[in-house]
Design a protein around this ligand. Structure first.
Ligand SMILES: Nc1ncnc2c1ncn2[C@@H]1O[C@H](COP(=O)(O)OP(=O)(O)OP(=O)(O)O)[C@@H](O)[C@H]1O
Length: 330
């Protein structure tokens, strides 16, 4: 997948001006379409003009106290829908450990560089842990959403609060006339905030103990933090959705419902239809539109319309928001 819009313009030959009176028949809402050109496939936003994969833009923030089951539920999602979700790569100023790869496990960066980028509002959230900075950059989230995946952030309540505040601030600044390019870009990120709640403190403690990954001291600290986090999570207005993780399977079902996915629905809640660029065709540019007109005998009234007016940015290989209409001969 991928390709800049210029690919279409540069690599297709110009043909005759399109003159007939075909009406444009928009694809139904929430439908994505892929176009095959040579050996490349391009996924193009259909009725949804927001991005390449319908609701891919929506960042999913999952938060809750340590031990509530965030990792478990996210793993279940990744297992059932392996290509639907992705994680952003965090930045850190700590040194890489052996085997850790830059850009894979973390983006390893310099403290002064990261501090400047934080000041420039390039981070959705950050925290200082034992003297090192850790954070999630807007760019790293966009890399995931631009690839057509839904980005999941598994973060604590404080992190979720920061993400919420960052998104509010970029949306406000992007409305101002002097909006920076960063603000405009980040303002296209929307997020769904989900808080996971344990059925009781006793159950949370049991889960932490059963997991066996913390010392007694760490468990006690996590339980102390959990009380404040649960209070905050339920009352602060950060989270639009609160899920109780009592029975795991039931909670998983509720999570899938929230995300608009269930086993009967198409991937991402969006139908994906493949279209092959016809061998025999002419191409015409009309203002912001590229008309690909089939010329083969059997299909000569078919037409594909690429509407470039809605492109909303993206580096080469990360083109977004082209609207595609198809008109089929009947
Ligand atoms: N609904 C559930 N019922 C019983 N056990 C559960 C349930 N959900 C998760 N667990 C178990 O609880 C433990 C903690 O879950 P998990 O590690 O997913 O928590 P977490 O919220 O990701 O914690 P952390 O923030 O510390 O990473 C795991 O051993 C997991 O198997």
């Amino acid at each position: 997948m991928g390709g800049a819009p210029t690919f279409f313009v540069d690599h297709l030959e110009n043909g005759q001006q399109h003159t007939n009176g075909f009406g444009f028949k928009p694809e139904p809402e929430n439908r994505d379409t892929s176009v095959q050109i040579g050996d490349q496939s391009y996924v193009i936003g259909g009725g949804n003009h927001e991005g390449v994969r319908g609701s891919a833009e929506k960042l999913i923030v999952i938060s809750g106290p340590s031990g509530v089951g965030k990792g478990t539920l996210i793993s279940m999602l990744m297992k059932e829908f392996p290509s639907m979700f992705g994680f952003s790569v965090s930045h850190t100023t700590r040194s890489p450990r052996s085997m850790e790869k830059n850009g894979v496990h973390y983006h390893f960066t310099d403290k002064t560089v990261m501090e400047k980028e934080i000041n420039d509002e390039k981070f959705l959230e950050f925290a200082s842990v034992h003297g090192n900075l850790y954070g999630t950059s807007i760019e790293s989230v966009k890399v995931v959403t631009d690839s057509g995946k839904r980005c999941i952030l598994d973060i604590d309540v404080q992190g979720a609060r920061s993400v919420k505040a960052s998104l509010r601030s970029v949306k406000a600044s992007s409305r101002s006339v002097k909006a920076s390019s960063r603000s405009v870009k980040a303002s296209s990120i929307d997020a769904m905030f989900i808080f996971l709640c344990p059925p009781s403190m006793k159950e949370l403690e049991d889960r932490l103990r059963a997991r066996g990954t913390e010392t007694e001291e760490q468990i006690q600290k996590r339980l102390r933090n959990a009380e404040a986090e649960i209070k905050d999570g339920k009352s602060s207005g950060i989270f639009g959705h609160i899920l109780y993780n009592d029975n795991l399977e039931e909670c998983y079902k509720k999570l899938k419902n929230l995300l608009g996915i269930n086993n009967d629905a198409p991937v991402n809640g969006v139908e994906v239809e493949g279209i092959n660029l016809p061998k025999e065709h002419t191409v015409t540019k009309m203002e912001d539109k590229i008309l690909i007109h089939e010329t083969g005998e059997a299909t000569k009234n078919n037409m594909i319309v690429l509407d470039l007016s809605s492109i909303n940015g993206g580096a080469p290989g990360r083109t977004r928001g082209i609207i595609l209409d198809t008109v089929k001969s009947s």
